[in-house]
Design a protein around this ligand. Structure first.
Ligand code: KG4
Ligand code: ZN
Length: 334
């Protein structure tokens, strides 16, 4: 008999609900919160209020699109963390109440594990084979994870300060672009020269990352140039985006190459919002032919936050009877 999972994701500023029938995605509704754009970043208080308003209509839309009745659901999966506390609380509380009222099991999912397991949502191309290395790059995290199986994930390296997505967003803000800046930098960079400006990269040990120095050097660089040429940003926007993007992409891929070589793993995947970046994808495709990698790039819908990834993680947990009870509380840090 098929398993139907209702999944809820409210860790940051997207309210999302999805329904899966085993590994097949039946619906994946995402309500983006536009209110944050004017503030240049997510305002936690506004995010939780918007989740509160969105959650019921989003869940109803997911059930409607999946064409199933709530009584057909086998379990409710939800993001327990990491994320913003107020945002998580809306999804966690809703999931508990919903599962409790339907008398069905409750499954807690780690947001980053969800990003990684999104590769196992049914599609035409094969899923990664274990063990694989996953570069998990989002607004809050930058990690290289060795994925041994659905639940055994080993953290190989991570950022010691800012996340890659945060670096994109901060650079965008300095250039006067709105939030989230990553997709805008990506778009403007397409018409720019990635070698126009050279930004030095951090030298961090092992498979770890650092992006705060890059961000600061960009700030000082802009300040000095604007003194000489007040409209420097306007005149060089495309080149600035392309050069900064190249610095971030080079830094991300350098450690991934090292990890792949050292661990002798050629099965490579990317996940998280920054995995939507076109320059990162192009560079990884190029590296794949150089290093004979078997590369897995998620579909755009599954790179940024979505409930489908929580649903697939929930499905594997369901198969292993990994349920939680209503005492489950959110955690904010990974
Ligand atoms: O995974 P995600 O949706 O949320 C978190 O878990 O943080 O990632 C959001 C991050 C933001 O920093 C956003 O700017 C970045 O992903 N992002 C991108 C692109 N699309 C989203 N960064 C660079 N290029 C993109 N195309
Ligand atoms: Zn995420």
């Amino acid at each position: 008999m098929s398993i139907h999972i209702l999944a809820i994701e409210t860790s940051c500023d997207d309210t999302s609900a999805a329904v899966l029938q085993d590994t097949v995605l039946l619906s994946n509704i995402i309500a983006n919160q536009t209110v944050h754009a004017q503030y240049g970043g997510v305002v936690p208080e506004l995010a939780s209020r918007a989740h509160q308003q969105n959650i019921i209509p989003v869940v109803h839309a997911a059930l409607r699109q999946a064409e199933i009745d709530k009584r057909q659901l086998s379990a409710v999966a939800f993001t327990r963390g990491p994320g913003l506390l107020g945002s998580l609380l809306v999804g966690v509380s809703f999931a508990k109440a919903y599962a409790y009222s339907l008398q069905i099991p409750l499954i807690e999912v780690d947001h980053l594990q969800g990003h990684i397991l999104s590769h196992f949502i049914h599609k035409d191309t094969p899923a990664p084979r274990f063990p694989f290395l996953c570069l998990c790059v989002s607004g809050g995290h930058t990690q290289i994870v060795k994925v041994n199986n659905y639940f055994d994930m080993q953290l190989i390296g991570s950022t010691i300060d800012d996340a890659a997505g945060e670096a994109f967003d901060k650079v965008a803000k300095m250039l006067g672009l709105s939030y989230p800046g990553g997709p805008l930098v990506d778009k403007l960079a397409k018409e720019g020269n990635p070698n126009a400006f050279l930004f030095s990269q951090a030298n961090v040990a092992d498979y770890n990352y650092s992006f705060s120095g890059l961000k600061t050097s960009f700030l000082y660089f802009l300040r000095d140039r604007i003194k000489e040429t007040p409209d420097f940003i306007e005149k060089n926007k495309h080149d600035l985006c392309a050069s900064m993007q190249k610095a971030i992409v080079d830094s991300l891929t350098k450690k991934l190459i090292k990890a792949s070589r050292d661990l002798k793993i050629e099965e490579i995947a990317i996940a998280g919002g920054v995995s939507a970046n076109s320059a990162l994808q192009q560079e990884l495709i190029r590296l794949s032919s150089q290093y004979k990698w078997n590369l897995h790039i998620p579909h755009l819908t599954f790179s940024t936050d979505n409930a489908a990834m929580i649903g697939i993680a929930g499905y594997f947990k369901y198969l292993h009877n990994q349920f939680c009870d209503i005492s489950s509380v959110p955690y904010t840090r990974g």
